[in-house]
Design a protein around this ligand. Structure first.
Ligand SMILES: Nc1ncnc2c1ncn2[C@@H]1O[C@H](COP(=O)(O)OP(=O)(O)OP(=O)(O)O)[C@@H](O)[C@H]1O
Ligand SMILES: [Mg+2]
Length: 144
């Protein structure tokens, strides 16, 4: 089972309706708090998740997507990995899409670059029919 290697999957939320963005955001925040992240980091994580899942609503079409959260923490590190996958048209130009101000939807073009800055690892794989954003927040635990 791949999850034994990559970390325990804590939740998987389908993203097809704007209310799912809110659910993913608040569930992630709650889990981050439970895993020991401080409130500023909880907000960073929640904000990144809302931007990426909001893009699914805006650009992926009616098929929507899914947001998964994995706890990959160990004794020394708190590590939360997020995967957001959709089956829409794909991002035509990933390099451009990561630039501040680039939007094909009349938005601010702040979602992807903003989320990347908030997280510690950030990767996009996209082609027509599948877009996958993977991002992680990693913090050293405070012992004693
Ligand atoms: N899941 C996706 N599927 C297809 N295209 C996407 C997806 N996510 C992002 N994009 C493309 O990347 C561009 C940049 O996304 P980004 O979130 O940075 O800005 P935006 O959504 O246009 O505006 P903002 O997020 O500031 O409201 C989008 O305009 C769109 O062209
Ligand atoms: Mg956006």
């Amino acid at each position: 089972m791949s999850e034994a290697v990559t970390g325990h999957s804590i939740f998987s939320i389908e993203i097809t309706d704007p209310s799912d963005v809110v659910s993913a955001r608040s569930k992630a925040r709650e889990i981050a708090a439970g895993l020991g992240l401080g409130s500023a980091d909880q907000t960073r994580l929640a904000t990144a998740i809302s931007e990426i899942t909001r893009n699914v609503i805006q650009y992926a079409g009616p098929g929507g997507g899914v947001c998964r959260l994995f706890d990959e923490s160990d004794n020394e590190w708190i590590r939360i990995r997020i995967e957001v996958e959709d089956w829409g048209i794909g991002i035509t130009d990933v390099v451009a899409a990561l630039r501040d101000g680039y939007s094909t939807g009349g938005g601010l073009g702040a979602g992807l670059p903003g989320a990347r800055r908030l997280m510690d690892q950030f990767d996009i794989q996209s082609h027509p029919g599948c877009t996958k954003v993977e991002m992680s927040m990693i913090r050293r635990r405070h012992h004693g």
